[in-house]
Structure formats: C-alpha cells, structure tokens
Design a protein around this ligand. Sequence first.
Ligand code: S3P
Length: 472
Amino acid sequence: MRSTFPKSAGAGAVFPAACPQLRPSAPVSHADPTPLTSVSSGPLRGLLRVPGDKSISHRALMLGALATGKTRIRGLLEAEDVINTARAVTALGAPASKSGDVWEVLGRGTGGLAQPKGPIDFGNSGTGTRLMMGVIAPHDISVSMVGDASLSKRPMGRVLNPLRSMGVDVDGNGDRLPLTIRGTSRLVPIAYELPVPSAQIKSAILLAGLGTAGETTVIEREATRDHTERMLRHFGASVSTVSDAGTTRITVKGGAELAGQDVTVPGDPSSAAFLIAAALIVPGSDVTIEGVLVNPTRTGLYTTLVEMGGDVTFLNPREEGGEPVADIRARFSRLKGVSVPAERAPSMIDEYPMLAVTAAFAQGPTRMDGLGELKVKESDRLAATAAGLAANGVRAEVSGDTLTVHGAGRAPGGGRVATHLDHRMAMSFLVMGLASEAPVTVDDTAMIATSFPEFRSLMAQIGARFAPVEAP
Ligand code: S3P
C-alpha cells in the first residue's frame, strides 16, 4: 500500500496533496479526544506494508535541508511528527514539498539556514525537537520552539546542556518547551559521553558538529540507533565509528559540504510491531509485512518475540538506501515469558508497551529490566503501561526500572486505558483488545496520527475489529 497524505493531522493541518507546500508552524492541536474500543477478532491475515520509518524520515528532511541542492525522499512517513519537521525546515528556508510520490527538500547547505519568521511548533515530537536543536545550533539565528502538552513536559536539558557547552544560548523556563535557542556560527567542538543511551542526544550533537570547525565526538556505552551516522555518510559527511572495550566513539568532521541525495525510507519496525504482535496473540493469524527496516539497533523486540517462542521469520533480506530491510512474517504462537536484559532496551525502547501487552498472553512472567528512559517518553510509559495492564485484569509490577508482567496465556480485558497523549499507548492497548476476553477501550486515539495514521485501516485490512465509543 501507499501511505496517504494525513487528512487527520489536527486543526489547521490539512494540506491539499496536489499543492503540498507546507504552511510553517500551522498549529497541531488535539482538542477532542477520540476514544476507541477493540474487540475480539478472528484470525488476522494479510500481506501488507507499513509507512516509512519515523526516525529516518526526520533525518532525511533535516539532512536534505543542510545539503546543497535537491534531496528527493521516497517513502517519507506522512505522519504529524514528520510533517512538523517538514514545516520546520521550510520555516528555516529549506522548503520541503511533495511532487508526485516523492518529497523534495531544497537544501541551503551546511550553515545556510535562515531566521524563521515566528515560533516553530513541533507538536508531539521529541525527535523533531531535539534533533532540530542540533541542526539550528551552528547558525546565527534565534528560534522559538513550542510543542503540545506532552512535549512541553519532556526534558530538553539532555540535549541543551551539551549544545550549551558548544556555545549555544537558550532562553526558557527550566529546559522545557517553550524555549528559544540561539545558535552561533562559532560553535566549539566537544567530546561528549552520553549520560543515558539516547540516539536523540547523540544525533543532536553530531548535527551540531557538522557545522562546527574541527571534530565533534559522541561516546556511547550502549549502542543506540545509528541512522544519523548512516545518513550523514550517505550525504557525504566524514563520520568515523570506533568501538573498543564496550565503548563506541562516533566522530564527525565539521565543515563538510553535503550534497543533496536520493533517500528511500524503509517501513517502520516500530509500527510493524503492532501488527506482528497482534498476529502472535490472535489465534489462527498469519501476517506478513513487506519492506521493514531490520537495522540491528532497532530489532530488540523481534529478538525478544522469537525468544518467547513467537513464530517470526525474516524473509528476503536485502539492503535498501543503506539500511537492512526484510519482509517479516508472524503466525499465532503459544508464547512463554522471558527475561529481557537491560542492554537490549535501546534497540526496542519504543516497543515496551507492545511487548508488555504481548507478555500478558504468554505463559509465565516476563521481566523487562533497564526501563528508566520509558519514564520520559511521550508519557511515563512505565507507569502508564502497568496501569493499562491492571485496568484489564493483568498482574504486573514496577520495581525501580523493572517491569514484570505475569503472563497467564490470556487477558480478561474489559478496561479503559488512559493514553496520556501517547500514540504507542493507544496502539498497544487496542492490540490487546483483539485477543482479550472482553473489549478494551483507549481514552484517545487522536495521537496515533503522530506516527502511524494508517494504523486503524491497516489493522482492519488484516481483520481487526474496532468499535467507536462516545466520549464520556
Ligand atoms: C529516536 C530515539 C529514541 C526513540 C524515539 C526516536 C530517534 O529516543 O524513543 O522514538 O529517532 O532518534 P531516545 O533517543 O530519547 O531514546
């Protein structure tokens, strides 16, 4: 299937597909919650594609803006988070627009972005916000950044502090949005060890380093997704990655002239996760998703599902646009509980709500360690996931950064789940309702459009049943 242009991108955010110039900073708001119930569904079956990877889509737009000339992007994720990044680069003087099936960015060259006319609204997107801080940093411009209620609660100091040590100034209130970031063309390079395993922090520093004289280094103790490094190389930057004794040093040489490129975005494994998990827990299911990104920094969930006894196979492995891709087939399986090591967390950080729901349908406990970062996602996913499970009769405990789900091979369901403006909470618990004894209701589905606007229609295409509910 082809992703369609998001019609439900919030108030003021509907763009005619025939004339896709973006209006910078059009507000994205989700005033009216849209609850939804999922109900026990028959076997899920089908062969389909999921929309483009969100992480790669953000980066393609940003590097396109920093390159000289035209970048053409196929398979860009047309979800609100990425559309906000497209608006942001447009507001910074590098127009992004759609021509036929392809998105084009007219890049301004490294250091060439312009002062935007007003604040830039990043909606719900932590990735868009944090990576753009790095993009803006080496420019003599001052950019006001705003976001929705969820984004305005999320910590930005983790990116702003290293950028400050390079020379950036920030006006704001306690390192939360709204804030104003003041870049400078005279940044100084740093070597920075990540205090938490975060690809967003790594990427912001590398993107700032691209416009900084000298070499900027990020030191990682745990591998995080490496799309920024891969794409920087694809655009012609010099990036070295050296691993030694459990530490990796990633160094970018500043001042490189990037040239506009063709980019193909593979299917998002974090979106595919919902369909794959659904196939594993709904009896009789057999679902194949074509063209999914299987970069090892992203596949921790799939490793875990196989360890649980899930019948998950990777077909036709290949490389597309510098990233490994495969077709993933999943069939209903009798799952068993497992222990998921903390080291695996960065490679499946967005998939824990879905794994926790899946674990309810396994026999025995599933223990997930090292989940501290879940507390600062679009919601506190550790608490929200445990609460959602409890609301549906599944025993789960949180102890420190560990979540244990006591799988009983079934879930009673029947609960209403608070999603806290978090798309992945909504999708995970809607999947639960397809296999639980009683329907599951989520209090809001509007945020699903931030990452996976086609979720409901693709799920319905394979046989999932949903029932709209009246808002209370
Ligand atoms: C992302 C990195 C992860 C992830 C987010 C996307 C990225 O965040 O949760 O959805 O594209 O770099 P952290 O880097 O904060 O772990």
